[in-house]
Write a protein that binds this ligand. Structure first.
Ligand code: C5P
Length: 131
């Protein structure tokens, strides 16, 4: 049987801008920008995985909303699924990233995104513009 691994990504939207974070690991991805998140663990829901990852990686308390865009195939076993996220408390506290930026729709092209995240940018821009 073939089981997909789901990677959840957070589109944290505040004041018409989304939070982008720059990776520090692994070496091959260091310097690339992403919507923060990570793998859903066995038995965990997408939403609880995002709440956990946002707390662990950025010290943020969040509420998870609807999916933005479609699932993106990252490789043969992993898909990326992005959700709209609202910040309940906290400012980003960098632990696994070395820089963050809040980007408006017209600024999404200013950073060097992971390839999977690039696929979601049009839907993300639409969500930001509708905000
Ligand atoms: O963050 P983590 O290393 O757990 O991510 C697992 C995989 O998901 C990595 O291969 C990473 O490139 C990918 N990923 C992604 N877009 C994100 C977050 C993670 O493509 N926003």
């Amino acid at each position: 049987m073939h089981e997909n691994v789901v990677v959840v990504g957070a589109a944290v939207i505040r004041d018409g801008a989304v939070l982008a974070a720059r990776r520090t690991y692994p070496q091959s991805l260091a310097g690339k920008w992403e919507l923060p998140g990570g793998k859903v663990e066995p038995g965990e829901s997408d939403k609880s995985a995002l709440v956990r990852e946002m707390h662990e990686e950025l010290g943020m308390a969040v509420e998870v909303g609807e999916q933005i865009g479609d699932d993106v195939a990252l490789d043969v076993e992993k898909i990326l699924r992005v959700y709209r996220v609202t910040l309940l408390a906290g400012e980003p506290l960098l632990t696994e990233h070395d820089e963050v930026r809040w980007l408006r729709a017209d600024q999404l092209g200013e950073v060097d995104w992971l390839p999977g995240d690039v696929v979601v940018l049009p839907a993300l821009a639409a969500a930001l513009n509708a905000n």
